[in-house]
Ligand binder design. Structure first.
Ligand code: SF4
Length: 451
C-alpha cells in the first residue's frame, strides 16, 4: 500500500479551502475568547472526547506543539477530524457561548491550526511505542477506524498490520471526502504518521487473495474496519448508459486522476452529504448547470444544513418531490432523466413520508451526465462464514462498550457497524476496540504468569 501523493495540482485552484486557515495571531485571539469551562460541553459532545479547553488554552499560551499533543492524546486522526467534522452539530454546537448569544469558539479551525503545525514540524509524538509486547493484530481496511485502532495498539507496543485492497490508505478520507474539505495530501499525511509509529501496511483483498480464516490463524485478533460497499443501484432503466457515474466513483476519480470529464448539464440523484459533495464538485469542474433531484421534500433532506447552504451558494438547483423513473439515452449515452412528481404520504415509524407518484406528471430533465447517490450498500458478505458474527440491518453487531463481535476473535468499528456516520465516530470506534484488545491481551498475559 502506497502513501505517495495523489493530489491533482489543478484541484488546488478549483477547490479552495471551504474555510481559510486561521493566522497565528487570529488563532491566539480566538483561543483567548474561550471560557475554559469545567466539565466542558464541547468535550462531551466530541465522540473521541478531546479535552477542548486544554488544547485551546495551549494555543492561547503560544504552545502549539503542546496543543497538538493534547488533541492526539484523545484522537490520533486529529488533522482530518479538524477538517471534516460537522462541528456545528458536535463541539461548536455545544459551546456555552451560544447561551450568551455569542459566536461559539471556532474549535475546528483552532484544532486544524495546531494539527497543521504538528505536521509541518515532522509529526513526532512525545510518547513512542512501548517496548514490543506479545500480541499480533490485523486491521482489515485502511479507513479511519482501522488507522485509529492500529495506531493506538502500536503505541501500546503490539505488532499491527493493516490490510487494504486499494493502493492508498485512508479509505473515504482519501477517496470519498470532497476536495475542498480534505485533500488527499492531508489524508495521506495521517496514513504516513500511522506508518511511522511502526504499523505495517499491506495491499491485498481480504476474501480473495487473503482469507479471513488465514488472518484468524496468524493473528491474535482481527479488527474489521470494512466500511461500506458500492453505491446502491436505482433499479430503473438506463443505469448502465455511458455518462452515468455514481457519486463515490465520481469523487474518487476527480481526486486521483489528472483528467476527468464532466457534463455540461448534470443531474445528481439523492440529497445526502455525498450527493452534495458530488454536485458541488461537478459545478467546480465546469458543469454549467447542476440539478439535484430528491424524491422527498426539503425538510427530509439527509444532508446537513450547512452543506445545503453551501450547495445553494455554488449554484446547485434543487428539485424536491421528484422521482426518477428512467434514465434516457441515445447511442448508449445518457441524455435525460425521466421523472414523476410525487405526493408525500403519512409519516412512517421513522418519521419519513413515503413518496407516491402523481399520475400524468412525468416529464424529462435533459442532461449529459447523471450522478446517482443513493447511499452505499452494506459489506457483510465477507463475514458470513464467520461463526458468531451477527449482522442486523446490514451492520455488524458489536458490544458497544468494546467493539467486540459475537466471535471473540473479531472486533469491528466504523461504517460497517453504524451504516455510515462521521469520521470522528469511526476514530472513536477504533480507539475503543484497541483499548479493549489491549485489556484482553494483558489479561491473557497475567493468566499465563499465574500458571
Ligand atoms: Fe471554550 Fe466553548 Fe468549550 Fe467552554 S464550551 S471550553 S467556551 S469552546
Amino acid at each position: 500500500m502506497s502513501a505517495g501523493p495523489v493530489l491533482v495540482p489543478d484541484n488546488l485552484h478549483r477547490f479552495p479551502d471551504l474555510h481559510p486557515a486561521l493566522s497565528g495571531q487570529a488563532a491566539v485571539v480566538e483561543a483567548s475568547r474561550c471560557l475554559f469551562c469545567f466539565d466542558a460541553p464541547c468535550a462531551v459532545a466530541c465522540p473521541t472526547h478531546i479535552d477542548v479547553p486544554r488544547f485551546i488554552k495551549k494555543i492561547a499560551n503560544g504552545n502549539l506543539r503542546g496543543s497538538a499533543l493534547a488533541i492526539l492524546d484523545a484522537n490520533l486522526l486529529g488533522l482530518s477530524c479538524s477538517r471534516v467534522c460537522p462541528v456545528d452539530v458536535l463541539c461548536e454546537g455545544a459551546c456555552v457561548l451560544h447561551r450568551y448569544n455569542e459566536k461559539p469558539i471556532q474549535i475546528g479551525l483552532l484544532q486544524r491550526h495546531a494539527m497543521e503545525d504538528f505536521y509541518e514540524r515532522g509529526a513526532k509524538l512525545a510518547r513512542v511505542a512501548r517496548e514490543d509486547r506479545a500480541g499480533k493484530i490485523v486491521c482489515v481496511g485502511a479507513g479511519p477506524s482501522s488507522l485509529a485502532c492500529a495506531a493506538e495498539l502500536r503505541l501500546q507496543g503490539f505488532a499491527v498490520t493493516i490490510i487494504d485492497k486499494r493502493e492508498f490508505g485512508g479509505g473515504l478520507n482519501t477517496y470519498g471526502v470532497a476536495e475542498y474539505k480534505l485533500r488527499p495530501h492531508d489524508s495521506l499525511r495521517e496514513v504516513e504518521f500511522v506508518r511511522s509509529l511502526g504499523v505495517r501496511m499491506q495491499q491485498a483483498e481480504v476474501g480473495t487473495s487473503v482469507m479471513l480464516s488465514d488472518l484468524e490463524r496468524d493473528y491474535d485478533f482481527v479488527f474489521l474496519g470494512l466500511g461500506l460497499g458500492v453505491m446502491q443501484r436505482m433499479g430503473i432503466a438506463g443505469e448502465d448508459l455511458h455518462g452515468v457515474v455514481d457519486a463515490l466513483r465520481f469523487i474518487a476519480d476527480y481526486k486521483t486522476q489528472m483528467a476527468i470529464s464532466v457534463g455540461r448539464r448534470v443531474v445528481v440523484i439523492g440529497a445526502g452529504n455525498t450527493a452534495i459533495d458530488a454536485a458541488n464538485a461537478a459545478r467546480r469542474l465546469g458543469a454549467e448547470e447542476v440539478h439535484l433531484v430528491y424524491r422527498r421534500g426539503e425538510a427530509e433532506m439527509p444532508a446537513f444544513d450547512f452543506e445545503y447552504e453551501h450547495a445553494k451558494a455554488e449554484g446547485i438547483q434543487f428539485h424536491w418531490q421528484l422521482l426518477p423513473v428512467a434514465l434516457l439515452g441515445a447511442a448508449g449515452v445518457v441524455n435525460g432523466v425521466a421523472c414523476a412528481r410525487v405526493e408525500l404520504g403519512e409519516r412512517d415509524a421513522s418519521g419519513r413520508r413515503s413518496p407516491q407518484p402523481i399520475e400524468g406528471s412525468n416529464f424529462v430533465i435533459e442532461c449529459d451526465m447523471v450522478i446517482p447517490s443513493l447511499g452505499q450498500s452494506r459489506l457483510t458478505g465477507l463475514v458470513e462464514a464467520c461463526p458468531g458474527i451477527a449482522v442486523r440491518d446490514g451492520c455488524l453487531v458489536v458490544d458497544r462498550a468494546t467493539g467486540q463481535t459475537g466471535n471473540p476473535h473479531y472486533y469491528a468499528g466504523g461504517d460497517c457497524i453504524n451504516g455510515g456516520r462521521e469520521v470522528v465516530d469511526a476514530v472513536a470506534d477504533g480507539k475503543r476496540a484497541a483499548l479493549a484488545i489491549t485489556r484482553e491481551l494483558d489479561s491473557r498475559r497475567d493468566q499465563a504468569w499465574r500458571i
